[in-house]
Design a protein around this ligand. Structure first.
Ligand code: NDP
Ligand code: HSE
Length: 435
């Protein structure tokens, strides 16, 4: 049986998952591929560390450059993460004519165009199925399964760590630091968990999806990003009373003229499908103009789910090697000459419903002052609850608005937060109701 030789860079959570799958599912993979995926090298820093998977010590090396330069290696798998040395390793491997598989969304969201251009020039593939949605085959579904469609919208829960934290805070009332530690122990979190919590990882993933959905160049800076670090148990309690769940959502809409691209904590009605995606599960709700609405759901992070996506890329790339072909599917799903920049709307252009929590003094006339300012900025109130007369000092006034323009909302809140009866910065959370 023909052997396809693999050099793995990085033997952490995802690398161990990939190796475990190659060992445990060897038979089924070979019977599908008609060739053997043979691990020749595994590069890591610490060769003594127990990875929970038994490999021959002769495969292990600390010398990633040696792996990249080995003429027998067909596919280099980069599972180190971060920007450097991963970028340098990938570009060198491309220069050496190796096929590439990576799960590194941070790198692709920053330098994807450079990596894809280098790979196209060299005629090699870059598989990145594991970079978005963990084990869910999102990338291939958009590039191939939905190829007939113009994509009109994307709504995604794309970060397992953030979804795990919000689920535990909502359902069990557990404190943020405790659940973050659990997510880290389960192998979901990034090396720097700020990326998970502050929405940066979700924005990296949305950046990649925007490119393959709309055929636009990689443009991370265009994605408006807010994380979940300011979500409080008090807001979770109030939003439950209004019939919402809170999710860190990646949202994009294409109205034909311009694109929306934003990541922020979002209230969604309890009875929507996305509201019921919990723990470290991810989901992407895709609006195609021909197919209608499609939702892909599954485990969004962790050793085995992500390893599964990496191995799917290995098989895909190996099939091309076996058939002596490449470029059958363009790297971002669009022919390079068709990739064109589009206008991305600023957050001020957004029109949405909002949840506000004001912290105000409990005395006559306060509510009318606040609603007067909202009215002046064309913001109409759908419902309002004033909570906790028994509390001393500031009391929370919670409001849901009808659709309003974000530019007006920002001006109104800035005026309201300067009122002497308002004691704290107003909490704003956007609401979406896509079904
Ligand atoms: P880990 O931190 O668990 O693993 C990183 C590995 O890289 C470690 O084995 C480390 O070695 C190795 N490494 C670091 N520097 C070098 C170097 N210079 N040469 C060789 N090896 C090196 O990360 P993950 O497995 O969690 O993540 C890997 C990638 O997959 C990242 O891009 C991440 O964003 C992405 N990803 C992760 C998911 C997850 O659920 N964890 C899901 C989807 C994508 P050592 O162990 O010896 O220190
Ligand atoms: N840290 C990421 C998450 C890993 O929690 O979703 C999967 O990309």
């Amino acid at each position: 049986m023909k052997k396809i030789h693999i050099g793995l860079l990085g033997f952490g959570t995802v690398g161990s998952g990939m190796v475990k799958i190659l060992l445990e599912n060897r038979e089924v993979i070979e019977s599908r591929l008609g060739a053997s995926l043979t691990l020749k090298w595994i590069a890591a820093r610490d060769l003594e560390k127990d990875r929970g998977v038994a490999v021959d010590a002769s495969l292990l090396t600390t010398d990633a450059e040696m792996v990249i330069d080995d003429p027998e290696i067909d596919i280099v798998v980069e599972l180190i993460g971060g920007y450097e040395p991963s970028k340098r390793f990938i570009l060198k491997a491309i220069e050496n004519g190796k096929q590439i598989v990576t799960a590194n969304k941070a790198l692709l969201a920053a330098h994807g165009d450079e990596i894809f251009s280098a790979a196209s020039r060299k005629g090699v593939e870059v598989g990145f199925e594991a970079s978005v949605g963990g084990g869910i085959p999102l990338i291939r579904s958009i590039k191939e399964g939905l190829v007939a469609n113009r994509i009109r919208g994307l709504f995604g829960i794309l970060n397992g760590t953030a979804n795990y934290i919000l689920t535990k805070m909502t359902d069990q009332g557990e404190p943020f630091p405790k659940v973050l530690k659990e997510a880290q122990a389960l192998g979901y979190a990034e090396a720097d968990p700020t990326f998970d919590i502050e929405g940066i990882d979700t924005a990296h993933k949305l950046t990649i999806l925007l490119s393959i959905a709309y055929g636009i160049p990689i443009n991370f800076k265009a994605v408006y990003t807010e994380g979940i670090s300011k979500v409080t148990p008090l807001d979770i309690k109030f939003m439950k009373e209004f019939g919402y769940r809170i999710k860190l959502l990646a949202i994009s809409k294409d109205d034909g003229e311009a694109i929306e691209a934003r990541v922020h904590p979002t209230l969604i009605p309890n009875d929507t499908m996305l509201a019921n995606v919990n723990e470290a599960y991810n989901a992407l709700y895709i609006k195609g103009d021909a197919v209608g609405n499609v939702m892909l759901y599954g485990p969004g992070a962790g050793m085995m789910p992500t390893g599964s996506a990496v191995v799917s890329d290995l098989v895909d790339v190996a099939r091309n090697i076996l058939n002596g072909t490449h470029g059958r599917v363009p790297l971002v799903g669009y022919q390079p000459a068709s990739v064109k920049a589009r206008r991305v709307k600023s957050i001020e252009e957004l029109e949405a419903q909002y949840y506000f929590r004001f912290s105000a003094e409990d005395r006559p006339g306060v509510l009318s002052k606040i609603s007067g300012i909202l009215g002046k900025h064309q913001i109409s109130i759908k419902s309002v609850h004033q909570k906790g007369r028994d509390l001393v000092g500031a009391v929370p006034i919670v409001m849901i608005t009808h659709k309003a323009k974000e530019a007006g909302v920002r001006m109104a809140l800035s005026e309201i937060d300067h009122l002497d009866v308002v004691k704290d910065k107003t909490i704003l959370i956007r609401i979406e109701d896509e079904r």
